[in-house]
Design a protein. Structure first.
Length: 105
């Protein structure tokens, strides 16, 4: 287990265990973990990445000699200010409501 996990290092193989088991055994994600981009590098060199969408999810199962990597988010990447976004949307909706009410009179 490497990358943005709380306790990186080796985790003993447990046959049939899911990717979430290994992530939990490594202490879980850190605050800066890119949870949707977890990848597993198998002993033969093949790499599979976790895929998640609304209807579909793919979690590669680690095998003997596998390395699980959790990348960290880029601290310099632009991010959305959720409070400002919600405030702007509320302001737009209020303006539209006022316009609709004013047109009725």
């Amino acid at each position: 287990m490497t990358g943005a996990v709380n306790s990186p290092g080796s985790v003993l193989l447990r046959h049939g265990a899911s990717l979430d088991y290994y992530l939990g055994a490594a202490g879980g994600f850190t605050r800066v973990a890119e949870k949707g981009q977890v990848s597993v590098r198998y002993a033969n060199g093949e790499v599979r990445t976790r895929r998640r969408s609304l209807l579909f999810s793919s979690n590669p199962a680690p095998g003997p000699g596998s390395e699980v990597f959790v990348p960290a988010k880029d601290p310099n990447a632009p991010h959305t200010d959720t409070v400002a976004l919600v405030g702007a949307i509320a302001q737009i909706l209020a303006s539209v409501a006022i316009i609709v009410v004013a047109r009725r009179f």
